[in-house]
Design a protein around this ligand. Structure first.
Ligand code: ARG
Length: 565
């Protein structure tokens, strides 16, 4: 439920009642329990506007405030703040409804939009490396989240499958024949070997160059080789997606090559819009206030990364009809996106009302604060990193249990992959972050293991109880009030996280929730003898809603829960 909106409405009603005109009204969450659940801080600004005393305005609002529904109590504090306490019965009813609902009481957007999330985008000439991890999982989370809230989400995997290096790669693929499907398992090595041939043998180099021209002119033999190369390379990526549990399939691929035929049209359209200027033989767009122009066509006729992105923007806005287009790409491409977004809008490729955003993220660092590399300075292959995560998870849980070998394997996958994803998603995405195995696989702190443990712990209460709870929630004390309040905030948190494209807001919430639950569980026994039945049922349901909320939250992050740990 949209909790904040409910509270805003009550304040609005008080304004209407008092005959004060002030919209929109916005309460904020109280920063301390002694300030209540929410605070309304608008009396000060209003007083200024009306030339009145803020405490007087606050008093008028409080006087007209209904306290027999959502809000139980209102107090004026300081210069004119209004502290608000929500009503226990109201909270209890709402959370009882939430626990009985498959969507936990979370609504579906009334005016959904078409939203495109551009993420992952690996280059086919190279192995997926850790840099692609961030785009892949942040993008997947954003797509899941928007979809859950009701938007129509179109996932776009803008893979790099075009460019001069493919001439060399397919010439080498042809030369090595069937074996290369195997040697292509290590793309990095394949690239190095091809490059070596290119540098050492002029005949091979000529052929490579000839093949570039041939692919570009649509030669079927070369295109066939190219297609084969892309298929194998994309297959590697899909192995990674599968391991990561990411929702990207072949249908989501709109490769750079998809836009080939559109590129000359981009140039024409820019010309028509009066945006094009020649500079040093190249076709450029100069943006006001920017020193460096956007080059869209080189002197030799070749197109660039920006040209393809302009074609993609046109396609996404005009053909797909997207109203929000999110690019989940490394922060180092900020300049590129700023420019192509501007060009696309100024040239009318994208209507004014379409939201274009670069969902930027920082670099993954090792413990010494340097960009994450293998011991010998190479790029870390994503697949190796994920395999290591599973191995390490096995290590972390091996003496925990009475599990069979198969159970350990399955559990290690869920825990290991979850740990890598959560560690990444829980960091403010724009910061660089330190990749630290020990920290991410810890049972303590803001980790996936902690969340999975909290969930499993609640399930163990139900196992002991012997059945699923089905009673009503009643608020028994301050701690239960706070727990229920936090549970009811879930939709507000998700909405905000979707707006800001910020998965870390979800993890921060989940962590606070799990921590508060642990406190509640310590102080408020559930199954212990002597607990009144009504209280037991209510506490079981609070635990139930907590578990469901954790599960739903992790689910949006693409992380599974475990029933036992
Ligand atoms: N292939 C690019 C890279 O690896 C990312 C593509 C991002 N998407 C886009 N539309 N430019 O850096």
């Amino acid at each position: 439920m949209k909790l904040k909106q409910e509270v805003n409405q009550v304040i609005q009603a008080a304004f209407d009642e008092a005959g004060i005109d002030a919209t929109p009204i916005s309460v904020s969450e109280a920063t301390k329990p002694e300030f209540g659940d929410f605070q309304f801080n608008g009396a000060m600004a209003l007083a200024k506007k009306l030339g009145k005393n803020p405490r007087e305005i606050a008093a008028t609002i409080v006087e007209h405030l209904k306290t027999d529904g959502v809000i139980a109590k209102a107090e004026i504090a300081g210069p004119g703040f209004i502290n608000l306490w929500l009503d226990d019965n109201w909270i209890a009813t709402r959370s009882s409804e939430a626990v009985a609902d498959a969507r936990l009481g979370i609504g579906v957007k009334e005016n959904p939009i078409k939203a495109i999330v551009d993420y992952s985008g690996p280059n086919m000439a190279k192995q997926m490396h850790v840099g692609h991890l961030r785009s892949t999982i942040i993008g997947d989370t954003l797509a899941n989240l928007l979809e859950f809230l009701g938007d129509e989400v179109i996932r776009q995997n803008h893979i790099g499958d075009w460019g001069t290096q493919f001439g060399m790669l397919i010439a080498y693929l042809e030369e090595t024949g069937e074996e290369s499907s195997v040697s292509l398992r290590d793309l990095e090595q394949f690239y190095k070997d091809a490059k070596k041939r290119f540098d050492e043998d002029p005949a091979f180099a000529d052929k490579a160059r000839e093949y570039v021209v041939k692919i570009q002119s649509g030669d079927s033999h070369c295109l066939g080789l190219w297609q084969k190369f892309i298929d194998i390379s994309l297959g590697h990526c899909e192995e990674v997606y599968e391991k990561l549990g990411v929702n990207l399939s072949r249908e989501d691929v709109r490769a750079e090559s998809f836009y080939n035929d559109e590129l000359p049209k981009v140039i024409d359209a820019l010309k028509e819009a009066g945006k094009l200027q020649e500079s040093d033989g190249a076709q450029c767009v100069f943006l006001e206030g920017d020193e460096v122009p956007v080059i869209v066509q080189k002197g030799d006729g070749g197109y660039l990364y920006a040209t393809t992105d302009l074609a993609a923007l046109h396609y996404r806005a005009q053909v797909l009809g997207a109203k929000r287009i999110s690019y989940v790409v490394d922060a180092r491409q900020a300049g590129h996106f700023k420019q192509v977004f501007r060009v696309a809008k100024e040239a009318g490729f994208v209507p004014e009302d379409v939201k274009l955003e670069h969902v930027a993220f920082g670099t993954m660092m090792d413990k010494s604060g340097k960009p994450f590399k293998t011991r010998d300075g190479g790029t870390v292959k994503l697949i190796d990193l994920l395999d290591e995560a599973v191995e390490r998870a096995k290590e972390a849980i091996k003496d925990k249990s009475d599990y069979t070998h198969e159970q350990i394997e399955a559990l290690a996958k869920t825990i290991g992959i979850g740990a890598v994803k959560y560690a990444d998603l829980s960091i403010n995405r724009e910061s660089n972050y330190i990749f630290d195995w020990d920290k991410m696989l810890s049972f303590e702190g803001n980790t996936s293991l902690y969340m999975q443990y909290a969930y499993a712990r609640i399930q163990s209460i139900f196992r002991k109880y012997g059945k699923q709870p089905e009673g009503e929630i009643v608020i028994g004390d301050e701690l239960e009030h706070r727990l229920a309040m936090m549970l009811l905030r879930f939709e507000d948190v998700l909405e905000r996280a979707a707006e800001d494209a910020a998965p870390s807001q979800i993890t921060a919430y989940l962590y606070d929730l799990a921590t508060l639950f642990m406190k509640f569980y310590e102080r408020n026994p559930i199954l212990k003898e002597g607990v009144a039945e009504e209280t037991r049922q209510s506490r079981l349901q609070l635990a139930n809603l907590t578990a469901k909320t954790i599960k739903q939250g992790l689910n949006l992050l693409g992380i599974d829960v475990v029933e036992r740990l």
